[in-house]
Design a protein around this ligand. Structure first.
Ligand SMILES: [Zn+2]
Ligand SMILES: [Zn+2]
Length: 179
């Protein structure tokens, strides 16, 4: 399993994992969906996933989700708990001919355990660098997607410009209707 040489990647994985279930239909419905998610996020083959991985990864996803919703102190507490439970002392590995990279999960970690350790570490580093205000949930009423905002000149409220403009249009319409 790859890890950590690019903390940004772990943050991306955390955001994308949480966004596999929002108000839209569940995207992780079978083991192959977990496999596809991991491959799409740069995990090299072999990536094998079974029913247990599907169940566990969905559980881990719900442990990570509150980090995006909570107040900073609570988000930090959740991340610390995830780190305590799933992360191990980091160690370098060049297994299977891969370039040297850091591992933060135990050697025999399941995909879910690896995701928990990696995303908790990625989000912790991100929050330490950018502040928890750079981690959020879309403010559009019918969205619920989470996002990170590393270039936080000013706080961001929406996952995408699409949600921002949809909300602007809806607010405008509501105002006109109320007049
Ligand atoms: Zn590895
Ligand atoms: Zn949105």
């Amino acid at each position: 399993m790859e890890s950590l040489q690019t903390p940004d990647r772990l943050v991306r994985i955390a955001v994308d994992l949480v966004n596999t279930r929002t108000l839209e239909p569940e995207q992780l419905t079978k083991p192959a969906d977990v496999r596809r998610f991991l491959l799409d996020h740069g995990e090299p083959e072999p990536v094998r996933t079974g029913e247990a991985d599907l169940v566990e990864v969905r559980e881990i996803r719900e442990l990570i989700r509150p980090v995006f919703h909570a107040e900073p102190a609570e988000a930090a507490r959740i991340l610390n708990e995830l780190l305590a439970q799933y992360a191990v002392r980091p160690y370098l590995s060049d297994h299977d001919g891969s370039p040297w990279h850091l591992h933060v999960a135990k050697p025999d970690a399941s995909w879910a355990e690896w995701l928990a350790a990696g995303t908790a570490l990625g989000l912790s580093g991100f929050a330490a660098g950018h502040g928890f205000e750079a981690i959020g949930v879309c403010a559009a009423g019918d969205c619920e997607r989470v996002f990170v905002n590393p270039a936080a000149k000013r706080p961001r409220r929406f996952c995408t410009p699409t949600c921002a403009s949809r909300t602007r249009v809806a607010t405008h319409r509501a105002r006109r209707a109320g007049r």
